[in-house]
Design a protein around this ligand. Structure first.
Ligand code: NAP
Length: 300
């Protein structure tokens, strides 16, 4: 089992001396998180990000414009943050309310403060293998593979999902690390047989426990990015047939988290795998901190 929490802890302890050096030389790094509206899920994510900043000595600023904000007003907020010398990183928590033009807002973030790595300029930097922020979740997965010394060069990697925040950047990072990469999506024909080619299989579809034993090559390294909250007892019983503790979580909390890969199948067929929770999840915030520190240092 690949332990995301311990990888996160090592990433964060590697950042501590860099934060201290920045603070000693001028000022600690600063991260601005823009949270529009009152979405409870987003509020939890933002709270966790700001907490991680505080623990590391990064100054976290939370801005909470009202849910009814217009695109132009939000652009003015971003412009103000772009100009502030004490802010090294800007993160706009998604999703934004419907009336806001998300693309324009993300485009307005200065590329050197774009700690999510979503700006088209940084997407280009990623494609070209130039320095710059990499999207946090796939960057965290690369760090996990590196820390566990899992070879990537020459391996067949299969990614299921082609989103801008996970699937596509994951494909590019694995390609730069010399894997032979296949990217699958909802139109892929005979998905199971394509997945079975993967010596490294990355699941990022947002479909609870969809990849069953049929999709996993024996001895594969399986990275489960999915984070699906399920509330249905029958569905939970089917997925967690061998894990009474997870069913107990459902009883206690009213919901339980499941990845995109069937947990039993993953345990039985994979040589190594990330659990949900405790696998990929903890890495995302750690890489956000890493990107913020790199932004404060000036991308090198
Ligand atoms: P997304 O934008 O909804 O993209 C999902 C992708 O999966 C799409 O490319 C879609 O194909 C593909 N897909 C959907 N159903 C499929 C099917 N039945 N067969 C094959 N492909 C299918 O999702 P995302 O933002 O990348 O997130 C994916 C999952 O990762 C979610 O569960 C999310 O919560 C989780 N996540 C976790 C973290 C973390 O920190 N652990 C971070 C980000 C995301 P099409 O393009 O053809 O529609």
């Amino acid at each position: 089992m690949l332990d995301g929490n311990s990888v996160r802890d090592r990433i964060l302890s590697g950042l501590q001396p860099r934060v201290a050096a920045l603070a000693a030389a001028s000022r600690p790094p600063g991260l601005a998180v823009v949270l529009v509206g009152n979405d409870p899920g987003s509020q939890i994510y933002v709270r966790n990000k700001v907490k991680a900043c505080a623990e590391l000595g990064i100054v976290g600023h939370t801005l909470t414009p009202p849910a009814g904000i217009a695109t132009e007003e939000l652009l003015a907020v971003i412009d103000g943050l772009n100009r502030r010398p004490d802010i090294d990183g800007i993160l706009v928590q998604l999703p934004l309310p419907r009336q806001v033009d998300t693309r324009r807002v993300l485009l307005a973030v200065a590329p050197d403060k774009d700690v999510d790595g979503f700006h088209p300029m940084n997407v280009g930097n990623l494609v070209a293998g130039r320095p710059g922020p990499r999207p946090c979740t796939p960057a965290g997965i690369m760090e996990l593979l590196r820390q566990y010394q899992i070879p990537v060069a020459g391996k067949r990697a299969v990614i299921v999902g082609r989103s801008d925040i996970v699937g596509k950047p994951m494909a590019l990072l694995l390609l730069h690390a010399h894997a032979t990469v296949t990217v699958c999506h909802s139109r892929t024909v005979d998905l199971a047989s394509v997945c079975r080619e993967g010596e490294i299989l990355v699941a990022a579809m947002g479909r609870p426990a969809m990849l069953t034993a049929d999709y996993i090559r024996p001895g594969a390294v399986v990275i489960d990015v999915g984070m699906n909250r399920i509330t249905d007892r029958a569905e939970a019983e089917r997925i967690f047939r061998g894990s009474p503790d997870r069913l107990a979580t459902l009883e206690r909390k009213g919901s339980v988290l499941v990845g995109d890969v069937d947990p039993d199948a993953m345990r039985q067929k994979a040589a190594a795998y990330t659990p949900v929770p405790g696998g990929v999840g903890p890495l995302t915030i750690a890489m956000l901190m890493s990107n913020t520190v790199s932004a404060a240092e000036g991308w090198q």
